[in-house]
Design a protein around this ligand. Structure first.
Ligand code: ZN
Ligand code: ZN
Ligand code: ZN
Ligand code: ZN
Length: 221
């Protein structure tokens, strides 16, 4: 008696869980339909992925996946789902659509292969799809040198007079006398720069004025 009850309970549990799983799936499908109406194909795929595993062997799942991927132009994946769907159900519209995108995919692959061959034999890029061009250096505007403020005088072109240390006067037994080197001004011309600036070799081009830039080869797309 006890076993009979527990078997019954187990059966009931199975029934309940399968019906809730079916309810869950039908809820998801109605959301999938709404997403399809709104042309929200990424949303559609997200929703379909949430279906229980056993549902993924069914026609509605595979059809919806095929539709979403087809709309997103992910034809290679769409073909896979159309095939699974058509293994389960006869659908002439889907069969026609599948034939159309299979043809499209084949042409795309052929074009891609042809392009690869064109690149491989390209005399301009030698199959690398990249060409190197010399361009005027962007860092120095093609000058090869960059003007930088003098680090000694910070661009002021004058520094403190070295004779009077910038005081403008020198001590003497009769009191301070004006510094002869700077005429009392306390400053002298900076001899580390030219009017406060120094030309430095550009680090972008090492002073060569030009840099090598690689560009996509333009003999093919
Ligand atoms: Zn090329
Ligand atoms: Zn200076
Ligand atoms: Zn001085
Ligand atoms: Zn430069």
């Amino acid at each position: 008696m006890k076993t009979a009850i527990s078997v019954f309970a187990l059966l009931l549990l199975c029934l309940v869980s399968s019906s809730t799983s079916a309810q869950k799936s039908s809820k998801i499908y109605s959301k999938v339909q709404k997403a399809l109406d709104k042309k929200d194909y990424y949303d559609m795929i997200d929703l379909l992925e949430r279906l229980p595993k056993e549902e993924k062997a069914t026609a509605p799942y595979n059809k919806n996946m095929a539709l979403a991927l087809d709309s997103l132009k992910r034809y290679a994946s769409a073909i896979k789902y159309y095939n699974r769907y058509l293994d389960l159900v006869k659908d002439s519209a889907a069969t026609q659509r599948l034939a159309f995108i299979v043809d499209k995919e084949e042409k795309r692959i052929l074009a891609w292969k042809a392009k690869l061959i064109r690149i491989k034999d390209c005399p301009k890029c030698n199959g690398t799809d990249t060409v190197y061009t010399e361009m005027s250096c962007m860092s120095c505007g093609g000058a090869g040198q960059i003007r930088k403020p003098c680090s000694r005088c910070q661009g002021r072109a004058i520094v403190a007079c070295s004779t009077c240390m910038g005081k403008g006067s020198l001590p003497s037994p009769n009191g301070p006398i004006p510094c002869g080197s700077c005429q009392g001004g306390g400053t002298q011309r900076c001899n580390s720069c030219e009017r406060g600036y120094n030309e430095e070799s550009c680090s972008g081009c090492n002073g060569s004025r030009r840099t090598m830039t690689h560009l996509k080869c333009d003999l093919h797309d």
